[in-house]
Design a protein around this ligand. Structure first.
Ligand code: FNR
Length: 336
């Protein structure tokens, strides 16, 4: 699938304010992560007896058909009337993990009942901790298998344009009745420390992945504080103008903590070759944000499944060319 064409179709289809929110970045270097992946060169191994090629990956006690997951993104009701249920079902069909955003259109227990498959739930900790406790309890009740604690500085991009959206969907955040968007993001706390990881784990009884890590020291501190895994992410360049690319920091973070916990990465992944590049740098899996929403807007759930299947097929072809028959085997192919 041609992702540039998918973006063009989404651009034609979506209302201007929704498109603006979806594509926004904090600075002008919006394609820096995409470019950084392209500069990661692959070194094939030969005579590896690679047949068949298997893209299956184990993560958090489950086997997935692909190392590609759908990253947490807000307000899927902007793109499809079935909102997060459409995306989650589509991911399940492709054998991919779906990460649900706490800023979702659908409330988490309603989402879980309708979607019906395994999912991870992303968390923003609110200054009103009662709100967060309530959300965590509902994540547990809904059957979330892990929490993704987003720790990068929130609220730089602004909020989904629920007031002006012309699609007709009600996209106010389902987990926070009575709050509209600007109110909600203004209440996300910036006062997190490594101790917050243990608090969340104790409160929920769930494994906690820490998303938004870019410095190996922070990765090490998070692991010391009990993180189950690290998600290297710059939030799709939405939080800090001039932020480093994830491809550049990933190897250092893998060196710091990759022996202890799995390291996932998202940001700028636009092809199966990019997935392969991330895995050669030591990632256990990768997430896609915007492309899943382009596909949801353009093709609905079928579009999302096709996107994930196509990226995985592209990855499989790349693995054959690289001489890696398994996802774990890719790590033997360190880039120069
Ligand atoms: C996001 N992202 C995000 N992250 C998060 O932890 N909670 C959230 O609610 C959201 N919401 C959100 C909305 C939109 C419209 C975008 C584009 C992104 C960040 C997301 O999880 C992921 O880190 C990036 O999207 C990855 O970059 P790409 O794949 O979009 O380049």
């Amino acid at each position: 699938m041609d992702l540039a064409m998918l973006l063009r179709s989404a651009t034609e289809l979506l209302p201007a304010d929704v498109l603006h929110y979806l594509q926004a970045t904090a600075g002008p270097d919006s394609d820096a992560d995409e470019k950084a992946w392209q500069s990661v060169a692959l070194v094939p191994r030969v005579l590896q007896g690679v047949d068949p090629v298997d893209t299956r990956t184990s993560l958090a006690g489950r086997s997935w058909a692909t190392p590609i997951h759908v990253s947490a993104t807000a307000a899927h009701g902007l793109y499809h009337p079935e909102a997060e249920v459409a995306t989650a079902r589509a991911a399940r069909k492709a054998g991919a993990l779906f990460c649900y955003s706490s800023s979702a259109t659908l409330e988490v227990t309603a989402f879980a009942a309708a979607a019906g498959g395994p999912f991870w739930a992303q968390v923003y900790v609110m200054t009103d901790r009662g709100r967060t406790r309530d959300y965590l309890a509902r994540c547990v009740a809904g059957g979330a298998e892990a929490l993704v604690l987003t720790v990068d500085n929130p609220g730089r991009i602004g909020d989904p344009p629920f007031r002006t959206v012309t699609s007709g969907f009600d996209v106010r955040p389902g987990n926070y009745p009575g709050w509209d968007w600007p109110t909600m993001s203004a209440h996300i706390t910036a006062a997190l420390t490594p101790a917050s990881i243990g608090e969340l784990a104790t409160e929920s009884g769930l494994p906690v992945w820490v998303k938004g890590v870019l410095d190996p020291r922070d990765a090490a501190a998070a692991v010391d504080a009990g993180a189950t895994g690290i998600i290297v992410s710059n939030h799709g360049r939405r939080q800090l103008a001039g932020v480093v690319t994830v491809a550049v920091v990933l190897p250092g973070i893998v060196d710091a903590v990759g022996g202890e916990v799995p390291v996932l990465v998202d940001g700028g992944i636009r092809s199966g070759t990019d997935v392969l590049r991330a895995l050669t740098l030591g990632a256990t899996g990768v997430g896609i944000g915007r492309p899943a929403l382009w596909a949801l807007a353009v093709g609905g759930p079928t579009g999302v499944t096709t996107l994930l299947d196509d990226l995985t097929a592209d990855l499989r072809r790349g693995m054959a060319g690289l001489g890696a028959g398994t996802i774990d085997g890719i790590r033997d192919h360190r880039s120069p």
